[in-house]
Design a protein around this ligand. Structure first.
Ligand code: AMP
Ligand code: ZN
Length: 136
């Protein structure tokens, strides 16, 4: 299914031009218009799923397989020294375009980006409580 109001549906299906790195029946991979670093790319499924919650499991698997292929190729071509894969779900997590996408961000020496978080301090008891909440 496509969403007529969704910009990534239009890009993924070729109605809006993009700098495409790869395309097959299920996906289009494009360069991000506001890149974190040179080569920052997005994997877009051609069907509309708002986020990981909606994405079928099979397509989730295919997304990761494609990410692996793209990361290997881009590392060879761009001579980058590492990669971040980032995938945001929901406003609270920083998602701004509500069509599932996977960021692939090449990393270079002194690229000036800092992608990370401030670790909390937790006790073993708190970890155990959290574990029970998730799997108890
Ligand atoms: P997120 O915050 O995870 O939803 O990421 C959305 C990403 O889409 C951002 O990195 C934007 O720079 C990128 N973006 C938004 N519009 C376009 C567009 N028309 N073409 C390419 N990238 C886009
Ligand atoms: Zn869409």
């Amino acid at each position: 299914m496509k969403d007529v109001n969704c910009i990534f549906c239009k890009i993924a299906n070729g109605e809006i031009p993009s700098k495409t790195l790869y395309e097959d029946e299920q996906f289009r991979v494009i360069l991000d218009l506001g890149p974190a670093t040179k080569g920052h790319a997005l994997i877009l499924p051609k069907e509309h799923y708002a986020n990981l919650y909606e994405l079928p499991e099979e397509l989730a698997g295919e997304t990761m397989k494609l990410a692996k292929k793209m990361v290997v190729k881009m590392t060879e071509r761009l001579k980058c020294e590492g990669f971040n894969l980032i995938q945001n779900n929901g406003d609270m997590a920083g998602q701004t375009v509500f069509h599932f996408h996977m960021h692939m961000i090449p990393r270079y020496q002194a690229d000036g980006q800092k992608i990370g978080w401030k670790p909390m301090e937790v006790t073993q008891e708190e970890l155990e409580e959290t574990r029970n909440e998730i799997v108890g």
